[in-house]
Design a protein around this ligand. Structure first.
Ligand code: TRP
Length: 454
């Protein structure tokens, strides 16, 4: 069986594929708009603390579980507890990945649409185009479907041929373009107001919503909490240093998000826009930036092409979670399950596609209160799957790895080729067993109190 599953071609290939999963719309679309909604610099600091304290150690835990048993999350859990209720933690991850993919696919469709829009629409027209675009749902939904089909075609081909290849050239190019855009944006008049918003923390702005959002964003951006990194770890040979790999992945992921902020906030303040505009934020600011730039059409189209590919390497990883489960555990053929899942995801995502002003019912859908997230269906789904269920998944998986499998065993797996990991072993075990569960539980309890879900 194992030979059917495929392996990464090389350590760098694995790092690129895992970074490809982590780096995506979460960094360039979600991070800036959540930062904008949550008041800027203070949020960024809380986010970075969570990334280092919780995200990095937790990522290593997922890797070690996967590599130890060379199976998807449910399979690995079954090996340890023999079909106990713990396997539902793996199933929760599968449900969560389908939920995330549904709204993520919609935004990916927007990104694809903006490739053509920036290329062919005259700058000044494009600036006010976002609401026209989402109010013409046929075009929007068509691109959403096309994007999911691309995703399915790649997953269909299997892990190595599909995922690794795409990531190899993308990341460096994306970074160079982001840096060029940072320089441009920061030369605009009044851009320093944006830098101030982004870098000078006003700790009075930290409240409960900020902390919840920062925790969710940290796990979301690193593709954690659904067992995806367990699956990725399962394709690893024992010779790969997972410790240094995790550090690289976390570093690049946080770096790209921070770079995106250095473009968005200076540009935004220079244009006098509202940082708290929600999910549409980057689709308003970037086109405006390109509209005033020489060769803006070409630069803009190029930017959205790169962003589409970054999104594609993430959607591919999201689809891989349910697919690898059904292939490994239910022995359904990869070909069949890829298309079934794609159709399921497509249908679940439709309300999100119609929730940005197209259909009132979905635009003001909210049942999660405004004190936690915006009211449109997309934001709500993003909150439920991309913040809440993801965090719950991470909580249970860290308890499972820390206490049921045993943090010491997980540490032994990492140490097989762990480089300097032994120096951090004790801290790591402490974080996995105590700090991650306790912080996450405290935050979850407060969420349930606010929403009254209890
Ligand atoms: N991390 C990706 C991003 O930031 C999105 C993503 C891909 C993801 N796979 C995931 C989020 C798994 C959570 C879990 O764009």
């Amino acid at each position: 069986m194992k030979d059917d599953r495929g392996h990464w071609g090389s350590k760098i290939g694995f790092i690129l594929a895992a970074s490809g999963s982590a780096i995506g719309l979460g960094n360039i679309w979600r991070f800036p708009y959540i930062t904008g909604e949550n008041g800027g610099a203070a949020f960024v600091i809380v986010y970075l603390i969570f990334v280092l304290l919780l995200g990095l150690p937790y990522m290593l835990a997922e890797f070690s579980l996967g590599r130890a048993f060379q199976l998807n999350t449910v399979g690995s859990i079954d090996k340890i507890t023999n079909k106990s209720a713990w396997r539902y933690v793996g199933i929760l991850g599968i449900i969560t990945s389908i939920g995330i993919l549904s709204f993520y696919g919609v935004i990916s469709g927007w990104t694809l649409a903006y490739v053509f829009k920036t290329l062919f629409t005259e700058g000044q027209v494009l600036i006010n185009d976002f609401s026209n675009f989402v109010n013409n749902p046929y075009y929007e939904i068509l691109l959403y479907a096309i994007f999911l089909i691309f995703t399915a075609l790649i997953v269909y081909k299997g892990v190595e041929a599909g995922i690794e290849k795409w990531c190899k050239i993308l990341m460096p190019i994306l970074m160079v373009l982001l840096i060029a855009l940072i320089i441009y944006a920061n030369l605009l008049p009044n851009s320093e107001l944006g830098l101030k918003f982004y870098l000078m923390p006003d700790f009075g702005k930290i409240n409960f919503k900020t902390i919840v959002a920062a925790l969710g964003q940290a796990f979301f951006s690193l593709s954690l909490g659904i067992g995806l990194m367990v699956t990725f770890g399962s394709y690893l040979p024992k010779s790969t240093n997972m410790f240094s790999s995790a550090i690289y992945i976390v570093f690049f992921d946080a770096l790209i998000a921070l770079l995106a902020g250095f473009i968005i906030f200076p540009a935004l303040f220079s244009m006098g826009e509202n940082p708290a505009s929600g999910p549409s934020l980057v689709f308003i600011i970037f086109p405006k930036l390109f509209a005033q730039m020489p060769f803006g059409n070409i630069v803009g189209a190029f930017f959205f092409v790169l962003l589409s590919i970054a999104a594609l390497t993430s959607t591919v990883s999201l689809l891989e979670v349910p697919v690898s489960y059904f292939v490994d555990e239910k022995k359904i053929s990869r070909k069949k399950i890829v298309w079934i899942m794609t159709i399921v995801v497509f249908v679940i995502g439709l309300p999100s596609a119609l929730s940005q002003g197209t259909i009132d019912f979905f635009t003001n859908f909210g049942f999660i209160p405004e004190s936690l997230t915006s009211q449109d269906f997309l934001s709500q789904i993003s909150f439920i799957f991309g913040d809440l269920l993801l965090t719950i998944g991470a909580l249970f998986l860290s308890i499972f790895i820390g206490w049921i499998w045993g943090a010491q065993k997980a540490a032994e797996e990492i140490k097989i080729s762990g480089g300097k990991f032994y120096k951090f072993e004790k801290i790591w075990i402490f974080l996995i067993k105590y700090i991650i569960p306790i912080i996450v539980v405290l935050i979850l309890i407060s969420i349930f109190k606010v929403t009254g879900i209890t």
